[in-house]
Design a protein around this ligand. Structure first.
Ligand code: GDP
Ligand code: MG
Length: 163
């Protein structure tokens, strides 16, 4: 069985872009609008010696009725349940948000292996931007650029090596 990687994170952090990068496909919808990818999306991928399945998710979505963010979308919970390892994607340009904390708390409770990916890190020289993400209590942030491909190979190594 190939290991399964679930990509989770709030809207617009670059999950679908990373999915495309990991699967080298154009299957996942990449949009400039938050929350466009509504359904779980599966893809096969390979990086070096690693073969894996990736699940893209729509992430958290705002609850229109209450104006606050509802509990983690069921599809995301399902993806996480199916996964061997979770790649939790945050946006190092957008910075840490309350939603990031909610997701981190959820993942910590589950105790599932989790790798923190700091996306949109291209051209960022100093690690100052990454430091705040330690607050999430999920360890080191691994800088990646899904759009440019930087750090993606080592992210996969890191996620799959312990499995
Ligand atoms: P999702 O909602 O988490 O699936 O995010 P998307 O993959 O749809 O990307 C949201 C936006 O972030 C799009 O405008 C992407 O082009 C942009 N984006 C994704 N990855 C990167 C990256 O590595 N660097 C930069 N600068 N922008 C990115
Ligand atoms: Mg998406």
């Amino acid at each position: 069985m190939k290991p399964v990687i679930a990509l989770v994170g709030r809207p617009n952090v670059g999950k679908s872009t990373l999915f495309n990068r990991l699967t080298k496909s154009r299957d996942a919808i990449v949009a400039d609008f938050a929350g466009l990818t509504r359904d779980r999306h599966y893809g096969n991928g390979r990086q070096g010696k690693h073969e894996y399945i990736v699940i893209d998710t729509g992430g958290f979505e705002p609850d229109a009725s209450s104006g606050i963010y509802r509990e983690m979308a069921r599809q995301t919970q399902q993806a996480v349940a199916e996964a061997d390892v979770v790649v939790f994607v945050v946006d190092v340009r957008g910075g840490l948000s309350a939603q990031d904390h909610d997701i981190a708390n959820y993942l910590r409770r589950l105790g599932k292996p989790c790798v923190l990916a700091g996306n949109k890190a291209e051209g960022m020289q100093d690690s100052m931007h990454l430091a705040e993400f330690y607050e999430l209590g999920l360890g080191e942030v691994h800088p990646v650029s899904a759009a440019h491909g930087q750090g993606v190979r080592s992210l996969v190594d890191l996620a799959l090596k312990p499995l």
